[in-house]
Every structure is written in structure tokens, then in C-alpha cells.
Design a protein around this ligand. Structure first.
Ligand code: COA
Length: 175
């Protein structure tokens, strides 16, 4: 399956039939993502099948600048860090349409978002990519990719930039 990822264009992309199985994530894509982009609150990138000229959205992720409180950074990572918030890129939402689930679209979206974090980090310091999982099932997806749960916050996880830089699929994308 060939997936193409491009910035959400509200007047072009068709999101009506999108269904990832989680109503909050469906509604965000259909009703809020475009507004949030205009407000400067998040940017949404959508996946389409076969070409960027296909308007039918089958997956998406959204990103924002963020930070992680010092007390939420697991102790094994925070030992040498200053005691103020660490800069982060947030993947606020990430979802694959049910018809595509199990065909590596989730992974494609995640790797694309992590690759974006690497590129952004060349201009703006990013200590880690942060995710807020919508539930325990979503949390297991991120754990599968090495994300580390926050200290004292059940559904938030982080992946340090130093780890992201060692992921083969990321380095391959950049070469
Ligand atoms: C979670 C989600 C993004 C996964 O997407 P997907 O396209 O079905 O997953 P992929 O086919 O890319 O799976 C890649 C790998 O992740 C694993 N995986 C997928 N979902 C998983 C889950 N919930 N828990 C643990 N592992 C998971 C797959 O088994 C596969 O493993 P492998 O590398 O050993 O083969 C998708 O199921 C989804 O959109 N769910 C609803 C929304 C949601 O929960 N989003 C999460 C962020 S809030």
C-alpha cells in the first residue's frame, strides 16, 4: 500500500467518511483541525492512497510546539537536565482509518511525524517528542515504538530526540 502525506487542505481533502473507530479523533479531523491550523494551535498532515492528488483522507497526525514539565520526565532521563520545562514537539493526534488499520499506516504516520521533529530540531531545540494517548490501547501502540511513559501521568509518553536519531527508518528518510 502506498501512502502519501501532505498538509491538510480544508478545501481539497475529503474527510467525511473518515472513521478510525474513535469518535473524538474523527471529529477533530472533520471539525477542528482546519480551525486549529488557522489559529496557529496545530498543524495537521493527512495521508492519502496512491497520490497526493487523491482527496480521500485515510489517516492523519497533528503537531504542535510543546514542553514537558521537569517533574514529568522519568528520573533515568532527567538526572542531568536543568529543573525547568524541556522543549518538545507534541503529536497531539494520530489515527488511521479502520479500512487501513493493520497495513502499516499508523507506523508510516508516526515515522513521518518523527522525521518532521528531526527536521524542526535543526532550527529549534527539541528534547523529545511527546504524545498524549487517547486510551490504553493507543498507549500500547506508542510503547511498541519505544515511547517512555511520563512520571506521574498515565497517558502521556515521550521519545527523546537522541533515541529518534537512532531509528533506521528516520535516518534512511533523511539520506
Ligand atoms: C493505533 C493506530 C494508529 C495503529 O495504526 P495501524 O495502521 O493499525 O498500525 P500499523 O499497521 O502501522 O502497525 C504497526 C505495528 O504497530 C503494532 N500496533 C498497532 N496498533 C497497536 C496497538 N494498539 N498496540 C500495540 N501495538 C500496535 C502492530 O502490531 C505493528 O507491529 P509490528 O511492527 O510488530 O508488525 C490505529 O489503530 C488507530 O488509528 N487507532 C485509532 C486511533 C488511535 O488510537 N490513535 C492513537 C493515537 S491517540
Amino acid at each position: 500500500m502506498n501512502f502519501y502525506i501532505s498538509p491538510l487542505n480544508s478545501s481539497f481533502h475529503n474527510r467525511e467518511s473518515f472513521d478510525c473507530g474513535k469518535p473524538t479523533l474523527n471529529d477533530y479531523l472533520k471539525k477542528i483541525a482546519g480551525q486549529d491550523a488557522k489559529r496557529g494551535y496545530s498543524k495537521t498532515f493527512v495521508a492519502t492512497l496512491d497520490s497526493v492528488d487523491n482527496p480521500e483522507v485515510v489517516g492523519y497526525y497533528s503537531t504542535s510546539a510543546s514542553s514537558i514539565k521537569f517533574e514529568n520526565i522519568p528520573q533515568h532521563l532527567s538526572k542531568k537536565l536543568p529543573k525547568y520545562p524541556a522543549p518538545a514537539m507534541l503529536i497531539g493526534r494520530l489515527a488511521a482509518d479502520r479500512r487501513m488499520q493493520g497495513q502499516r499506516l499508523g507506523e508510516t504516520l508516526l515515522i513521518h511525524a518523527l522525521d518532521r521533529a528531526v527536521r524542526v530540531s535543526s532550527e529549534m531545540a527539541i528534547f523529545a517528542v511527546k504524545v498524549d494517548a487517547i486510551d490504553e490501547e493507543a498507549k500500547r501502540f506508542y510503547l511498541h515504538y519505544g515511547f517512555i511513559p511520563f512520571q506521574n501521568k498515565e497517558l502521556s509518553l515521550l521519545l527523546p530526540m537522541t533515541t529518534i536519531l537512532t531509528i533506521d527508518k528516520i535516518t534512511n528518510n533523511r539520506n
